[in-house]
Design a protein around this ligand. Sequence first.
Ligand SMILES: [Zn+2]
Length: 315
Amino acid sequence: MVHQDIIKGIWKGLVPHRVEIFAWLSMLAKINTRSRLLQIGIITPENSFCVFCNSSIETPDHLLIHCHLPSMIWTWWLNMWNLSWTQPASLKEAFHQWRPAKGGPFFKKIWAAAFFVIIWTIWKERNARIFSNISSSSRELQDLVLLRLCWWLKAWEDDFPYSADEVIRNPSCLNWEKSVAPRNSSQHLVPHLWSPPPIETLQWNVDASYKSHHDHAAVGGVLRNSMGNFVCLFSSPIPLLEINSAEVFAIFRAIKISINSDRINNHSLIIISDSSNAVQWCNQDSGGPWNLSFMLNFIRNARKQWLSLSIIHKV
Ligand SMILES: [Zn+2]
């Protein structure tokens, strides 16, 4: 019965299916946290502590809700909308309480998706710390939450007029509704987000977000098949780079992931970027900024060796 209740709210298709599955398993305490590994005898008690605080046993509820880092992310999201909560006892309880105080249908979907995005981002961070020894600050994680939200919302709301960069700079643009007139009707601000690639071709949409007032940037990409289904997604903070260079970085990452994946590397590939400079540099055989030469050479080689790899500029 409890399972049924959880299931009802989860499968909304607002986020990739594997993320919905992850949320479902988390609420049933069936993800492979260290407490579970301890329970089934894979690790010893001294290795069962949470990677964020190193002082509590890593249970799903502790890891995704109660520990200081996840708690900061939840609080940040709630405060952004002038809300606060008494910390729920469990993830399940959090899920059932999770709704905005006001707002239209789009904003309600944003909220529903945000729940998934937040726990997924925390889980990815946990894995990055454990398996790659890489850690992001809570500020970077907040940006990643917004970035993922922006990519995933594009799968169900084509008309959303703001870029990930704009949302990161001003998250209140998420409180947008379809009926609202465009901000400037003379200027078409809706970017061309996705059009289906030819059959058997996979398409990356890459994106770099860059904030002039902060000293960090992030890149990300979404790979979709000709049906528009998600095949792969990446996002990561990068060192501060000028925006076109950051786009080259995003293209580089997309190619690198593609080469290393057997699911991807036997397909034709299209990579879409909204930086015409980055696309031009990648498609030339030489030139471009000297500090990008490593990445540009890698991209140029991939372009020559790949069955079919097109790097295209589209706004
Ligand atoms: Zn902890």
